[in-house]
Write a protein that binds this ligand. Structure first.
Ligand code: ZN
Length: 118
């Protein structure tokens, strides 16, 4: 089990395996958040919200919601609004740096082509 948390510990993430790759995306929101996304099936991820409910943000077609800790403000994950979606993203920067160091960073051109640049 791989675990991570926001800075204050109010939101904790558990996944069943370390991510082999993480994605740095240059789209208008990801470049501002500065996150590295690790994608999983929601079935592989456990999110424990210890303190207050996460704050959420969605935009454009509002198909996904970005969650952040209501106390310390760290972006923790995104989830699809449609519960049938078999994909979600967690912010791999919340994981142990030694776990993150083993993952290959891929660069997604989310701003334009939606293609990986590497
Ligand atoms: Zn927090």
């Amino acid at each position: 089990m791989i675990e991570g948390s926001c800075h204050c510990g109010g939101v904790r993430l558990k996944v069943d395996a370390a991510p082999a790759t993480v994605t740095e995306c240059n789209c208008s929101i990801c470049r501002r958040y500065g996150v590295l996304w690790a994608y999983f099936s929601p079935k592989q991820v456990q999110i424990d919200v210890i303190s207050r409910q996460t704050d959420r943000y969605s935009w454009d077609d509002k198909s996904i919601e970005f969650h952040r800790c209501a106390d310390c403000g760290c972006v923790t994950h995104w989830t699809a609004v449609d519960p049938a979606t078999e994909r979600m993203g967690i912010n791999a920067r919340l994981l142990d740096p030694q776990i993150l160091a083993l993952a290959r960073v891929r660069h997604l051109d989310g701003a334009n082509t939606e293609q990986y640049l590497d």
